[in-house]
Ligand binder design. Structure first.
Ligand code: SF4
Length: 418
């Protein structure tokens, strides 16, 4: 099989991995193998480096042959797909070739598991090592590591990569046992802990001797886990392992799917709400345990999780914008981090009024029932959570409608001000 054919198969096989943050890039159909050099060419995706730059990456698998049988994965042992395998040398040559032609700025390399976790990891490391040491490659490298591989090999991967990631895939061990019997959540966390130690060890030296961050991906809707399971785990990963990003990838039925999987994807809005909740944990000071409750372990699909929290905690409001601490301002629906900071800056000089909020483009529709300003006090009827929810939630839909068709509202941007 020639390299172009392998590239088609192994780039296509890599597209299900969201942990390189490529999901925001506009994709073109790469199945005909054309379009190299555009954002959607064979195996080329967009990603974000740890310092926030957007880069084009060659996103491929070393091989889609795999010993494991993860039911949610198209490359699993029992799947009937075309298989291919690059040699380490072929990946190095492809990367350099694309890089020199300015098609890409880096490489995202993952792999199915051949022979053993250690053997596979050695091959992945060999690619990165050859690029860095033999060809003095200065581009971005993101390596997907295998938790079952030895700590020594994972450490070597970190030595050559800018970012490394291990996909935790499902938030509960029982689900893994059912759908990915060879994987173990405890071993994955152990490996993440090891990476975290290495990152911390090298970070103060300010030398690029180890990857600067790690990320992971979880699949949403392949098992019975609720949103609380996802968010609790994500909260732990951010806290315990200083995870840079947790990606939530809505499960989509794959060709030749296992019978253990649901027939339908979860509504896309669920993935969107999880990203919003994740954003609340990372930037707004919310804990996972505040975002969902025992009674409501799943996020409200009709309204964003911050508004949902505010409606459950109506006694917390209204908040006086002229007095409240910054962390309290972060809790107001419709008020993002930047605008909360702007309000604190404004009130150093003058009393905050509605006209100030208009100037900084605060979403007044969302905000007003929750705030007090020098010239505004919410009316009593606005304090009723049920009435408020009715204002913000979309109109009720008939039960026979297909809820998988609910799309993410265009104006809502993941991680935006909300
Ligand atoms: S280890 Fe599991 S998820 Fe990874 S390639 Fe193999 S079957 Fe797919």
């Amino acid at each position: 099989m020639n390299v172009q054919k392998k590239l088609e198969i192994l780039a296509d096989a890599a597209k299900y991995d969201a942990s390189c943050a490529s999901s925001g890039a506009k994709r073109k159909d790469s199945s005909n193998g054309k379009g190299v050099g555009s954002t959607g060419g064979v195996g080329i995706c967009h990603s974000y480096t740890p310092d926030g730059r957007c880069v084009s990456l060659l996103k491929i698998l070393l091989t889609n042959v795999c010993l494991y049988d993860c039911h949610y994965c198209i490359n699993r042992r029992s799947s009937n797909v075309r298989r291919a395998r690059f040699t380490a040398e072929e990946v190095v040559t492809l990367t350099l070739d694309f890089y020199k032609r300015n098609y890409i700025e880096g490489l995202f390399l993952s792999s199915g598991i051949v022979r053993s976790a250690d053997f596979t990891m050695e091959q992945v490391v060999l690619v990165a090592k050859t690029l860095r040491e033999v060809h003095d490659f200065r581009g971005y490298i993101h390596l997907k590591t295998i938790p079952e591989a030895s700590d020594e090999l994972i450490a070597q991967a970190g030595k050559y990569a800018d970012r490394i990631s291990i996909n935790i895939e499902l938030p509960q061990q029982e689900s893994l046992k059912e759908l990915a019997p060879e994987k173990n959540i405890h071993r994955t966390r152990e490996a993440m802990g090891h990476i975290r130690e290495k990152i911390s060890e090298y970070a103060p030296r300010n030398a690029p001797a180890f990857a600067s961050s790690q990320s992971t991906q979880m699949i949403v809707g392949a098992d019975a886990s609720n949103d609380s399971h996802f968010l609790q785990l994500a909260g732990d990963l951010y806290g315990d392992f200083k995870m840079r990003r947790v990606y939530y990838s809505a499960f989509s039925p794959i060709p030749d799917a296992s019978v253990r999987l649901p027939l339908k994807s979860p509504p896309l809005i669920r993935e969107h709400r999880l990203y919003q909740a994740d954003w609340l944990m990372r930037f707004y000071g919310f804990k996972a345990s505040e975002i969902t409750t025992k009674e409501q372990p799943n996020l409200d699909l009709d309204i964003d999780p911050k508004l949902s929290w505010a409606l459950r905690n109506r006694a917390f409001f209204p908040i006086d914008l002229n007095k409240a601490a910054l962390e309290i301002l972060y809790r107001i629906p419709g008020l993002g981090v930047r605008n909360a900071q702007r309000i604190v800056a404004i009130r150093r000089h003058t009393k905050v009024r509605i006209s100030d909020l208009i100037k900084i483009r605060v979403s007044l529709k969302k905000c007003l029932p929750f705030i007090i300003t020098a010239d505004h006090q919410p009316a009593n009827y606005e304090l009723d959570p049920e009435k408020l929810r009715a204002i913000y939630a979309p109109q009720a839909r008939q039960l026979e409608l297909d809820f998988t068709a609910i799309q993410v509202p265009k104006k809502e941007v993941i991680g935006g001000e909300f």
